[in-house]
Design a protein around this ligand. Sequence first.
Ligand code: COA
Length: 304
Amino acid sequence: MDGQSVPSSEKTKLMSYLDGMLRDDALKGKVILVSGGGTGLGKSMAAYFLTLGAKVVISSRKMDVLDKAAAELKASTNGEVLPLACDIREIEQVHAMLRDAVSHFGQVDIVVNNAAANFISPTERLSANAFHTILDIVLKGTANMTLAVGKYWIEAKLPGVFLNIVTTYAFTGSAYVVPSAAAKAGVLAMTRSLAVEWAKYKIRCNAIAPGPFPTEGAWARLLPGDLATKFDPANKVPLGRVGEHQELANLAAYLVSDFSAYMTGEIITLDGGEWLKGAGQFNGFDAVPGQLWDQMQAIRGKKQ
Ligand code: COA
C-alpha cells in the first residue's frame, strides 16, 4: 500500500506508551512461567503475555491469591492460565511446579523470575534471619528456578528464555534495602554469566532493571503512611513520572519473544532516568534558577 492511500485519520493516530506494543500473536504457542505472577507487575506482565497468545503459569506461595488472579486474567484476556502454588525457596517445590506445568501445557518455553521480597530498614535493625529471608527468596529462589528449568531445557534439547526482574540498585547499591541490593546484584551476575555459558544450548538470559513502578503491595509495604507523599518517587525521576505497568509489560514481552533472538546478557534499565540523576555530580543543578545562571554568565563574560 502506498502512503497516498492511507486515510489521514489512520496516519494521525498516535501510539501511546499505554498501548500494547507487539503485534497480535507475537507469543502464540509459547508457555511462560511467571513467578510472583498473582499480583503487581508479575500479573501485569502475565496479562499482556496472554493477550499476545501465550499460555501462562502464574506462581506464588498463596493459592487463594493465585486462584483469584487466574480467574481475572482468564476473564480479561480469554487466555489459558494455570495457577500453581510454589515457595521458590524450596527446590522440591520448584521441581513439582515445573512437573505440573509441563504435564498441563506440554512444555515450558520461558521463565520470568519476578518473585521478590524486600524489607526497607536500617541494616543494623535486621536480624540475620531477616537478611537471609530476603537472600533466600530473591537469590536462592531465582537460582532454584534457573537450575530446575535450565536443566530441563538442556536435557530435553529445548531452547529457552529467562527474563530476570532486577532493579537499578542492583548495580548502584542502595541504603536501607541492603539484602535486596545484594541479592539482586547476584541475580544480575547470574544473568550475564549464564547468557554466555548457556548460549550453546540456545538459552537466552536477559534482565530488566525497573525504576519506580507503583504496585499495590510493594508501594504500601515500602512506603507506608504518608511516606509515599514525603518521598514521592516521581520527584526523583527526570522524566517526571513513575512507570506504567504496560511499559514494563511491553519491554518484557519483547525480551521473551523471538523478536529479541539476538539479545542475551543484557540488563535494560527502565526508570525514566532515575538512577543516572542520582549519579551525575552536577545533576542537582536542576535547582539553579535562570537568574543565577544569568549572573554566572555575566561573571564569566567579564573575565573573557
Ligand atoms: N522488617 C525487618 N524484618 C522483618 C520484617 C520487616 N518488615 N518482616 C519480617 N522480618 C523478619 C522477621 O522478624 C524474621 O526474623 P526473626 O526470625 O529474626 O525475627 C524474618 O524477617 C523472617 O520473617 P518471617 O515473617 O518468618 O518471613 P516469611 O518467610 O514468613 O515472610 C516475606 C517474609 C518477605 C516473604 C513476607 O514478609 C512477604 O510476603 N512480603 C511480601 C513480599 C515482598 O516483600 N515483596 C516485595 C516487593 S518489592
